[in-house]
Design a protein around this ligand. Structure first.
Ligand SMILES: Nc1ncnc2c1ncn2[C@@H]1O[C@H](COP(=O)(O)OP(=O)(O)OP(=O)(O)O)[C@@H](O)[C@H]1O
Length: 220
């Protein structure tokens, strides 16, 4: 479902070129759950940004369900990402002036899906937050915010979820509860997951774990 072919990416810093990927090849099957680990600076966030089309590779290609990003312009990539990918970040990235319900409904607006309010309420119920739908992010705990973010990531039924340290900012018990919810929902929906984590316990929930090192993904 996700194919990464001969991917090359480097950053230019002054006169220096920082090479991250020189020839990365990788594929993920539908509904597969893949964890990516690796030292700080190995390129994990860069990889997620490339997969989401937020940054462009220097060469090579990425295909999601056979659709290549190569010939899309920026607005086509943005639309494609909005329809097909859901995100869960360490810092939740909720919109501070929107309540939980409005935050969850955001991707539904962009993707024009039917009955967004009903779907958002249903998802908030499924993450145990039916009593918090009118709360602003500042009125929610860290674990509650991440559960709102999970509901938001799933409302448009994305093919792929990209998660970057989703329990990184939560205490252990809350982190486990939030990850239980994320995995329960993605299993139910057959959603493919690529999860970046420093935690072996979190990675163990995935079928496959890879370590990113020197621009290559090595199976653990
Ligand atoms: N916009 C940029 N310009 C220049 N160099 C960059 C840029 N973004 C990232 N880098 C460099 O690329 C390398 C990979 O960064 P990246 O953020 O992908 O690593 P990471 O594995 O996600 O790290 P961490 O676990 O610390 O979040 C780092 O050496 C970083 O300094």
């Amino acid at each position: 479902m996700l194919q990464i072919k001969s991917l090359k990416k480097s950053y230019t810093q002054g006169s220096q070129e920082v090479k991250i990927f020189e020839d990365l090849n990788f594929h993920v099957k539908k509904a597969q759950r893949v964890a990516i680990m690796g030292k700080s600076g190995s390129g994990k966030s860069t990889l997620l940004s490339l997969i989401s089309g937020i940054i462009k590779p220097n060469a090579g290609d990425i295909l999601l369900d056979e659709v290549s990003y190569k010939n899309m312009n920026e607005s086509e990539v943005n639309d494609f990402r909005a329809s097909n990918i859901g995100f869960v970040f360490q810092n939740f990235h909720l919109v501070s002036y929107l309540n939980a319900l409005e935050n969850v409904m955001l991707p539904a607006k962009v993707c024009n899906i039917s009955n967004p309010k009903e779907k958002a309420i249903e998802l908030l119920k499924s993450v145990g937050l039916e009593h918090r739908i009118e709360h602003l992010p500042s009125q929610l705990s860290g674990g509650e915010k991440q559960r709102v973010a999970i509901a938001r990531a799933l409302i448009h039924n994305p093919k792929l979820i990209l998660a970057d340290e989703p329990s990184g900012n939560l205490d252990e018990e809350t982190g486990i509860a939030v990850m239980d919810k994320l995995f329960e929902l993605i299993k139910k929906n057959n959603t493919t997951l690529i999860l970046v984590t420093h935690s072996k316990e979190v990675a163990a929930r995935c079928e496959d774990t890879y370590e990113l090192s020197l621009g290559k993904l090595n199976k653990c």
